[in-house]
Unconditional design. Sequence first.
Length: 291
Amino acid sequence: MKSWLWNLGAILRAVAAIPLLLAFADVCVCGGERRIELADGLNGAWRIPEASWDGRTMLLLHGFADDMDGAGNLYQKLAERLSSEGIASFRINFRGEGDRLRTNLLSTFQSRVADTTNVLGWVLSQPGVSRGHIGVLGWSLGGATAAGAAAIVPGQLRCMVLWSSAGGDLHAGFTEGRFAATAEQAVREGQGRLEIAGWKTVTLRREFFDSFRGRVVEEDLRRYNGAFLSIRGTEDYLPAREPEFLNAVQGQPREAVSIGGADHIFNVFQPGSPIPDRVLTLTADWLKRVL
């Protein structure tokens, strides 16, 4: 089976769901953002619209070995676009990951999900947030993470957006194909090294691979009952599983968009490409309608 999770990953010890909501400090950042520091290294950027805001809020979950701004800073641009449309956002840096230059990854799938639900709890405690109008967006492994979190708190999320998301059996995706040698090394030695062509070489622990056992994205999506949108390019190296996603999700509307010529990261490093802006527009317009 071909590995379809080449750009996805995450790693820290599997924390079930220990609340991390009490100890935090915030630091002002440019452009109306605040950098929020929660306990145990969980942090991110909290942006509230500078004009009118009716409480609508999105959580943005990054992909494997990346950080809160996303490839080509597309998440940062999305946060700015959403703010201009009256929507707040929290871009998460996952613990043990959350730095695009980091090479020793310590997160797991469970820690990613726990980070997401803990940030959701923090967001729900903020003045002005509308409890019935919170959504989540995940890119690549962030998409699978969003589905995992939604399965735990389905009634607290009004909508979900997936960009180039992984699907199917996550353990198979992380132990076959390009990941196979690294997974085998981690089983033998406790950790393995993975070279991501054109980017960096990362160290993955055995706990990282074990954390995906029994995780099937569509099974998590069956526990989610809100609105759903999946966006994927025709040139994504991950297989398109939108039919399976749409069949699994229980809520309405359920929609999927395929963008011709777009790769896994929506051509963000291709000068002059209109695709990144199209993705931002599709996402923002949909959220204005359903969130």
